[in-house]
Design a protein around this ligand. Structure first.
Ligand code: B4P
Length: 211
């Protein structure tokens, strides 16, 4: 199916996806390609928080103290941020949530926010990558990104511990709703994107959003 047809079909119905996975699993990398092909609105809490830091807002200053230590930013801060983004995007054909939800409380809040818009999450695509590969990727990104949370291996390892304790349980939340799908996140960016595209197109077909 070509992306133009996909885009047109989405006008009459929303498609809401979550890209899930540990730090450095390629969520940001794959998100760019997904929103480009399917015309979804990209909501990355990591990007939104980094922009708040650049703008030196009070929210950004609060967030920075957590992010620099490899911790999660408090739920109420992140949920409030997503709420106001959803409000501003009344005409969206659908959303791609990247790096959100990261706790079960965030997942529950997202369900409530989408219910308010008379829609829901349709699919959670989870990128699976080994921890050693993740560390290698993040240290490499740290050499050029200037991100303070990528340069120190201890902080990177702390982010994985936070992922296991606080974020991994979110996968069970969506498994119970039968919305969860694992995607092999190692290999070339293009091959991973092809697998993701196949899964999205299956979902579009299931929703009768195909030709
Ligand atoms: P995020 O911005 O979400 O970033 P991330 O998890 O570190 O990385 P991502 O998975 O997007 O990886 P990328 O594509 O860049 O979070 C940063 C911080 O913000 C969190 O630690 C937390 O403090 C805070 N935060 C964000 N959301 C929050 C929330 N909801 N609640 C609370 N706190 C929150 O890829 C990584 C690297 O790998 C790149 O260099 C890329 O080029 C490379 N790469 C990608 N795909 C590859 C492939 N197939 N092969 C080889 N390398 C690849």
């Amino acid at each position: 199916m070509n992306s133009y047809i996909c885009f047109l079909r989405l006008v009459s119905n929303m498609l809401n996806l979550i890209l899930f996975g540990p730090p450095g699993s390629g969520k940001g990398t794959q998100s760019e390609k997904i929103v480009d092909k399917y015309g979804l609105v990209h909501l990355s809490t990591g990007n939104l928080l980094r922009q708040e830091i650049i703008d030196k807002t009070p929210l950004g200053l609060e967030a920075k103290s957590f992010m620099d230590k490899g911790q999660l930013v408090p739920d109420e801060v992140v949920i409030g941020m997503i709420d106001s983004c959803l409000e501003k995007q009344q005409d969206a054909k659908g959303f791609l949530f990247d790096g959100f939800p990261r706790t079960v409380a965030q997942a529950e809040a997202l369900d409530r926010l989408l219910q308010f818009k008379k829609t829901a999450i349709h699919k959670v695509l989870a990128l699976e990558v080994s921890e050693e590969e993740l560390v290698t990727r993040l240290i490499k990104r740290g050499e050029t990104s200037g991100r303070s949370d990528d340069t120190d291996e201890d902080i990177i390892r702390r982010r994985f511990a936070v992922y296991k304790n606080e974020t991994y349980p979110v996968s069970n939340y969506y498994k119970e709703e039968e919305k969860f799908e694992s995607i092999k996140g190692e290999g070339s960016v293009e091959d991973i994107f092809n697998t993701i595209s196949k899964s999205i197109e299956k979902e579009l077909a299931a929703q009768n959003l195909t030709e």
